[in-house]
Every structure is written in C-alpha cells, then in structure tokens.
Design a protein around this ligand. Sequence first.
Ligand SMILES: Nc1nc2c(c(=O)[nH]1)N[C@H]1C(S)=C(S)[C@@H](COP(=O)(O)OP(=O)(O)OC[C@H]3O[C@@H](n4cnc5c(=O)[nH]c(N)nc54)[C@H](O)[C@@H]3O)O[C@H]1N2
Ligand SMILES: Nc1nc2c(c(=O)[nH]1)N[C@H]1C(S)=C(S)[C@@H](COP(=O)(O)OP(=O)(O)OC[C@H]3O[C@@H](n4cnc5c(=O)[nH]c(N)nc54)[C@H](O)[C@@H]3O)O[C@H]1N2
Ligand code: SF4
Ligand SMILES: [Mo]
Length: 710
Amino acid sequence: MTELLLKYFRTKQQEVQSEKVYETQCPFCSMQCKMQLIEQSIVSRKKYTTVGKDNPTSEGRLCIKGMNAHQHPFHQDRITTPLLKVNGEFVRISWQEALTHIKEQFTEIQAVDGLDALSVYGSASITNEEAYLLGKFARVALKTRYIDYNGRLCMSAAATAANQTFGLDRGLTNALTEVPFTRVIILAGTNIAECQPTIMPYFEKAKENGAYIIAIDPRETGTTQIADLHLKVKPGMDAALANGLLKVIIEENLLDEQFIEERATGFEEVREYVTSLSLDELSEMTGVPSEQIRVAAIKFASEESGMLFTARGVEQQIDGTAAVRNLLNILISTGKIGKPYSGYGAITGQGNGQGAREHGQKADQLPGYRLIENEEHRAYISSIWGVDKEELPRKGVSAFEMFKKIDDGEITGMFLMCSNPVVSNPNAHFVKAALKKLKFLVAVDMFISETAKLADLILPASSYLEDEGTMTNLEGRVTLREASRPCPGEVKHDWEIICEIAKVLGKEEYFPYKNAEDIFNELRLASRGGTADYYGITYERIRKEKGILWPCPELDHQGTTRLFEESFAHPDGKAKMIAVPNIPDVPKEKPSEEFPLYLTTGRVMSHYLTGVQTRKSAALAARNFESYLEIHPETAKKYNIDNNRLVSVASKRGKIVVRSKWSDKIRQDTVFVPFHWADSQNVNLLVGEELDPSCKMPGFKVSAVNVTPV
Ligand SMILES: Nc1nc2c(c(=O)[nH]1)N[C@H]1C(S)=C(S)[C@@H](COP(=O)(O)OP(=O)(O)OC[C@H]3O[C@@H](n4cnc5c(=O)[nH]c(N)nc54)[C@H](O)[C@@H]3O)O[C@H]1N2
Ligand SMILES: Nc1nc2c(c(=O)[nH]1)N[C@H]1C(S)=C(S)[C@@H](COP(=O)(O)OP(=O)(O)OC[C@H]3O[C@@H](n4cnc5c(=O)[nH]c(N)nc54)[C@H](O)[C@@H]3O)O[C@H]1N2
Ligand code: SF4
Ligand SMILES: [Mo]
C-alpha cells in the first residue's frame, strides 16, 4: 500500500515542472492572516494552493476562506481593461480613453453643478496607502467635501464609542497574546468562530486556563458554543442588558471604587440611573432571565482580570454607539482596562477596517485621526500636502447620507472604489434608484459587481496577490502585504488609478508617487503627532519586526501593545462614563401585527460581505450556494413554513425570497438572514434607513418582518 502511494506521489511530483511562491495576506477579514500562494506548472496548466505562514497574529493558521482566496483572482469574470457603457452595453476601452473621459465628465460636472457635486465612496478593504490617498484625492484633486466609505456601515459605532469614552479608537486595547490569561470574557454580538476563525485558539486557550466565557447573542453560534453562559438577548436590547449588569454590579458592591475615582468621570450619573431601574423589567425587556443577568454580572465583576469584546451585533443598531458605551461602563466600573489581561476589543471587520478608518476617508477626518474642522489639524495637513489651508474642503456627510444627496440632486457624480453599496447599504431599492440618477458613476473593482453594473465606467483594479501595501489588523498592528504577482491584462493598482486621474486633472505635482512605499512615507509624516501616529513605522521595520502596533511616534519607539495603562486619551486623562437609556430617543422598529418578527442579519463562515468575491469561488460557493432564513421550528409552524422551502420575507420596505432553515438555536421571536447575496435575495431590501445619530450607523441588526410560504 505504502509503495503504491509513494509511487503515486512520485509521478505527481514529476508532473510539476516548476514552482513559484508568492507572499501575501488574506484579502478578507481583519485577522490579515499571512499566507503563501504556491503556483505549480503542471504540463499544460497551472495549479494554485494557498498555505498559511507564521506571524504574531494568526500564527500560521488559515480559515476556509483564506485557503480558497486564490479562486476569485483567477476567475474568468475578472475584468482586465476599462469598460465604458455604450447604449447599455459595456465595451472595452483603453486607459487613455478612460482617463480622457473621466477628465471631461468630472470637469463638466464640477463646472455645472459645483465642486461638491462630485463625491467619493471608499473602502476598508484597500491598503492604508490607498485609503490615505483617496482622502487626499477628494480634498486636493477634486476639492469636494463629499467623501465617505463602507467602514461607516462597519466600525463606526465602535470607533465613535471608543473615541467618546477613551478619547482614542484602536480596535483592541491589548495584544491578542493576553487573551489566554484573562479570567473572564464577555463576547457581545460577535461571532468570531465564523467571522475571524483563526482568532479562536486564543479564546480556547483562555478556556483551558479556566476563564469563564459569557456570550450575548440572539442565536446560538459556533462562538456561543465556547461560552459557559449564553445570554440569548432580544435583538437591539444590548444597552438595556448592560444596564441590568451594571445594576447588579453596583448593588452587590462589586465596583472598583478606586479605579472609578482616579480614572473616570460620570459614574454618579450612571449609578443614579441604573439603580432606579427594576431588574425584572430589564429582564422582560431584554428577554434574558434575571438570574442569568445576576450570574453574568457577579462573575465578570468578581474576577481579578477580564476582557470585553463587541462586534456588529451590538454596534449595527441605531443606538450602537450608546450600547457600546454602556458595555464600556461595565469595564470601567470594574476597573478592567489598562492592566494586564484586562481590556476592550471591538473586533474589526474588514481586512483594513482599522487603518482605513484613521487616515482621511471619513467625511469629517484628516490623516492620523485628525479632524477636518479643527483649525490646527487643517493647518498641519495642508502644510504636508502643500496646499492652502483655506482651500481644504469642510466636512461632508456619511456613506448612506451621500445617497440622500444624490436623490436630492445635490451630488451628481461619484467615484466608487472597492465597495458594492447596492447590496451593502440599507433600503437597497432606494440606493439603487439614487445611483441611477447620477450623471456619471465610475466604479473601480475587480469584477462587474451589482453596483458596477450601474456604472458608466468601470476601471479594473488589482487584487491582493498583486497590490503591495500596509494593512492594519484588528490588533492595531501595521502589517506589510508583500504582494508580488504581476497584474493581469491592463489591470492597475488602486493607488495608480488615483494618481493617473489626478494627473489628467492637472494635479500631478501633489501625487508624484512611484510605489506604495512612497505614499506610506508621506502618510507617516501626515499622521505624525495625531492619535493614530505611524511616524516611527517603516516598511523596513515592519519586515524585521513582523508588524508594529500603533501609536509609534518615533523610529526607535517599540510600538504600543497595551493602551491606557497610565491614563486615557482625553485631555484630563480620564475615561468618560455616561448613563445610557434602555430605549433610544428614536426607537427601533418593533414587531407589529403586520410584521410580527424581529429580523437580524449577519454572516456565514464561507462567504464574505456582499459575496462578489466568494460567490466566484467554487469551493466556497459550494458550501452555501444561496441565502437562507434561519427560523425556530415553533415559529415556522405558526406561520406554515416547512423546512427547506422557499419563503417570502417582507418588511415595510420590500420583500425577498429565500429558503427556510429550521433551527432551534435562534430565539422564537427572531429570524436571521445572511447578507452575502444580491437581487431577489438581497436582505438589505428589507432593512430601514434610520441612522445612529452619533456615528450614522444603519440599524442592520433590527427590522420587523413577516414570513409567508411561497
Ligand atoms: N465569514 C465571514 N467573516 C467575516 C465577514 C464576512 O462577511 N464573512 N465580514 C467581516 C466584516 S467586514 C465584519 S464587520 C465582521 C463582522 O463580524 P460579526 O459582527 O461577528 O458578524 P455578524 O454575523 O454580522 O454579527 C455577529 C453576531 O451578532 C448577532 N446579533 C444580531 N443581532 C444582535 C443583537 O441585537 N445583539 C447582540 N448582542 N447580538 C446580535 C448575530 O446573531 C451574530 O451571531 O466579520 C468579518 N469577517
Ligand atoms: N444587512 C446587512 N448589511 C450589511 C452588514 C450586515 O451585517 N448586514 N454589514 C455591513 C458591513 S460590516 C460592511 S463592512 C459592508 C461591506 O459592504 P461592501 O463594501 O459593499 O462589500 P464588499 O463585498 O467588500 O465590496 C467590495 C467590492 O470591491 C471589490 N474589491 C475587492 N478588492 C478590491 C480591491 O483591492 N480594489 C478594488 N478597487 N475593488 C476591490 C469586490 O469585488 C467588491 O465588489 O456591508 C455592510 N452591510
Ligand atoms: S478570512 Fe480572516 S481568518 Fe480567514 S484566512 Fe482570511 S484573514 Fe484569516
Ligand atoms: Mo464590516
């Protein structure tokens, strides 16, 4: 037998005529797992395999998406030339023609409708260099105030909450290596088992070391399986649940009074509010038994160290910022931050969800987490860019609000890079109709996504295998993606595309870069002295030190592994606590007679975001080839929904048709649909457009719906 096998492998080996290895990083989530693409030439074809590579964050692991991440860049649907829409059909054109066309259209729009009529929509899946450059492009080359990006739908609530409470927003306050040694962990609205699978061993080790894990989620997931206690909260009720936990902590005298006194402000207001509430009413409101609230609170507060993690379950709510702040109140009142094995983590989503929110893609932001309305910040950045401070535009509006401005006719052109808003934004019907109103839409993508289909011009972008640059992972560690494959066809890197458009617009002098490293060196200067200070980080250092955690203000600075050890980042050095109401001022949609169920949305392991990339991967698509409705069997029976049948799911705004999947793991008052599919399975046709007033996050996690058999 062994002989036979050996013979088989030897013949296999001989077939391989040559082998090349490309270093890269997974294009998907915020773990940014390091990997190698192995390209083998076998007789007349090439074979590709992706393997993990050791690094401080994922330690060589890959999940199913990483292992198959080479499938979409080699897919036949990849676009390799600019495509212009002529009489409703896309035709291939040269870069020269594309750039000339852009110049004419952009100039015409700004001449007729004003500078701010052109808008830019960016992404947290591009590199730091590209995110930085896109912000500069909007302000310097286009001189428009309207730029925002898909991270608004992703990290904005956690980022705003951290800024408000701590004065600084870095996803994890501690390196992941501390997780195994903490004593108690809260996982609130995060499904790390499916969304950041290679993070799991850190939590599994914590459990082996005796940590107690509390999960908060309306569904049982791979993540809640590792929990000792699962609080199966009603969708949207995390702020109220946090009030319950705080109430118990206060009444059981489990506060860290000294920490509160020395390191925080606002506690008395919180104490007054939560002690006025009734635990039984909170239990009723949240759907979590009082006893479970008590156990969770006592367990978390009693242990000497503890960590809290949140993700989109808590954050993608119209009170997402407040809900996160209330969970942070728990961390502060128990003194579990700024110490070993104690801290907070907003589990970042996209590959560069951290870095792309720091360097100027946000409507109100300049590089280094500076603010566009702050005069000193404006002066500093205009000196780096060599422009007049008065000429820098003022702040614009958030991602979804830009579609409102298109609908109003105020914005008439859009430059869209690396996002698919007709699938990812709420009230998708409206977004699609708005985009159709534009005079000119340019989409930069690797594929003809659902949004690119609506574009007048599509520009072909390079993939993670081809495009070098830095990505800041969920820890706040700046990593270097050493992508090295040549671009296929006439594909260009996102940063090159930005530079070439700037050039035809006569702004070449501000965009003189020869490679990504040139841009990074300017970003280092632009971020210098800001909260997200990258000045001390260089490509050479990243290569040698395997990534550096910001802030890193000097070349001889080691980077910062643990934040807030001495003080918080507000001018008085203190964390700001605030009382958070159970129900926000603008209440969330509630189940009614017509729409009796809560709908919540999210992800599955094998697909990524709007699915443009993973639906192209045969291996990943085979795992989940269509969307589905997760529904409790009791609820299903009530509405005559058989298992595995097509069901119509409707809200006030629209209707989709997906297949039912009975599961007793979900609350009986709630259904779940993932958002990786488009058209008639696009769950965002159902989601409403109300936004969190502080951060403008849509309420993706709560809608009221009904279900009927098809
Ligand atoms: N496989 C995969 N991995 C991904 C992605 C992907 O698309 N696919 N996307 C990446 C990105 S950009 C992001 S942002 C992250 C997202 O990562 P997560 O936020 O972990 O993912 P979600 O599935 O959106 O939501 C997490 C959990 O919140 C729960 N939830 C729903 N409503 C509520 C609620 O009201 N309260 C609470 N407490 N929980 C609730 C859901 O049941 C779900 O289990 O994942 C990243 N990783
Ligand atoms: N209902 C519901 N909606 C949600 C969410 C939810 O939980 N529920 N989550 C929200 C969240 S957290 C997020 S992050 C958003 C994401 O929403 P989107 O940004 O719309 O999602 P993606 O699928 O990442 O779109 C990326 C597009 O860019 C292309 N692309 C990939 N790499 C590159 C590149 O390097 N350069 C260029 N130019 N193009 C590239 C891809 O082909 C794809 O078309 O969705 C949000 N929408
Ligand atoms: S999807 Fe995330 S966890 Fe999976 S391999 Fe890619 S970066 Fe790593
Ligand atoms: Mo995200």
